[in-house]
Design a protein around this ligand. Structure first.
Ligand code: SAM
Length: 270
């Protein structure tokens, strides 16, 4: 980790400066999460965290496969990770793995370990071991038992967790009505009353998200082993509480996906 003469690492320095400046000034909207770096370049804040933390460290991306381009294995490899691993529930040999391998090859990245596993499965840490830095984006709200999932992420993390989840405002208000989510609460999506689903549907569709299993379309039955639906909708503060509860301190956080998601950099409490 890069440290300056004050003994503050880059992540710490950015946090102090963001506190001094209006942090909205640092945020730039775009297709993906963008943060104006201190040196003036625009990039995904998580990439900067990875640049700061990952050189010489082991790195795993949990649930990085879908969509291919949001994976962070190649970012970690390019900044000098000691080892990289992709862990995803998708069976090895499925086209998503092939697309990932092709992306790695096109970016000159090799040597990534591939693991097919369910983050929630018992004994995961014995099967896969621990990693210095665990990255997990776009998974938490797909998990029926998010506190268990975060506990599993903590079990396989030796030190850092970079977590991104979709989030909702604590008050969602539109032509269909208003939902208020008090501090510490979250919305459990299965079998929500129709009028509440209508408010959420309008919220996500206005945000340009038109296909959300559980909200814009309903599964025929909700099955606890099904990770395709959105099971939970969290305000930012509740995600922070969950991360803290499984033994991490949140070092930095920032909105991404134009505020529809939020990223956290967290370090295991000693
Ligand atoms: C919505 S995609 C997120 C992809 C990418 N990380 C991103 O942020 O855009 C969810 C990914 O997590 C994987 N996944 C879903 N449930 C999982 C689980 N229980 N354990 C491991 N991976 C899971 C899916 O196969 C998929 O690749």
């Amino acid at each position: 980790m890069i440290q300056n003469w004050l003994g503050i690492d880059r992540a710490g320095l950015r946090k102090i400066l963001r506190g001094l400046l209006n942090r909205d000034w640092l945020l730039v909207s775009g297709k993906r999460s963008l943060t104006q770096d201190l040196n003036g370049s625009s990039e995904d804040a998580r990439d900067q965290w990875i640049k700061d933390l990952v050189p010489g460290k082991s790195f795993v991306d949990v649930g990085g496969l879908w969509g291919t381009v949001n994976e962070k294995v190649t970012v970690a490899a390019k900044v000098g990770a000691a080892s990289t691993t992709m862990l995803d529930i998708t069976s090895l040999g499925r086209p998503l793995w092939q697309a990932f391998y092709e992306r790695c090859a096109s970016l000159g990245v090799s040597g990534c370990q591939s693991i097919c596993a369910n983050i929630d499965e018992p004994g995961l840490e014995k099967k896969v071991g621990q990693f210095d830095v665990v990255h997990c984006s776009g998974v938490l709200y797909h998990c029926p038992n998010p506190l268990h999932t975060l506990t599993q992420l903590a079990r396989i993390s030796r030190k850092y967790l970079i977590l991104t989840s979709t989030v909702i405002p604590s008050t969602v208000s539109n032509s269909k009505g208003t939902i208020t989510v008090p501090p510490g609460a979250a919305l459990f999506v299965p079998y929500l009353p129709q009028d509440q689903v209508a408010i959420l549907k309008e919220h996500w569709e206005r945000g340009g998200v038109s296909s959300v299993i559980g909200i814009t379309e309903q599964p025929s039955t909700w099955r606890i082993e099904d990770y395709a639906p959105w099971w939970w909708l969290f305000p930012v503060t509740t995600v922070r509480q969950l991360i803290m509860t499984v033994g991490f301190d949140v070092l930095e956080d920032c909105p991404c996906w134009e505020g529809k998601a939020h990223s956290f950099l967290a370090r295991k409490r000693e």
